[in-house]
Design a protein around this ligand. Sequence first.
Ligand code: ADP
Length: 192
Amino acid sequence: MINLLMFGPPGAGKGTQAQLLAAQFRLRHLSTGDIFRSEMGQGTELGRAARTYIEKGMLVPDEITVGMLRGYLKPDPAFRGFILDGFPRTIAQAEALDRLLGEWDSGITRVFSLEVPDEELKKRLRQRALTSGRSDDADENVIEHRLEVYRKETLPLKAYYARQGLLEEVKGVGSIEEIFSDICNRIRQLGI
Ligand code: ADP
């Protein structure tokens, strides 16, 4: 199995790139943010639980998030593996992911970290708010809080994956096509 992680702050372009890469390399794209939003849209119990956190720019608790992802992370012969975006966001989630993939004698192939300066992120999120309909994009304070949560809870994962030799930093500023082609080249260099 090939399992890729898209890593980076809110607004870095993880979802955009993950979608393109999933199609290019026949990977199943899983975005915890998208799954939560779909559950919220359907008004499920999980969606209602997630909403209280998401609207404040907080992380949904690990038990809920990991429990949800477990249901999706099953090998599927139609795909060569997974590309995850928005997960893991805490060390506890990363450890849980290692265990879940371990159940399939699999692991993480590569982690691509999209590097984008804070000012550019804020600009993108403000722009996205105009069309996304996402309440967590619409409020400047919620955006600030998400960036703060990212720095505190999620950024330590970079060291976690760097230690394992899995981390690749990618320039996340430029056109979507340029960034996509950069990541594609890196994946091809892995011999995949
Ligand atoms: P962004 O990358 O712009 O923050 P996402 O769609 O990835 O957008 O996430 C939106 C929100 O969903 C997050 O702010 C958080 O509240 C929740 N969420 C998504 N993934 C996770 C996760 N792995 N752990 C906890 N909460 C999550």
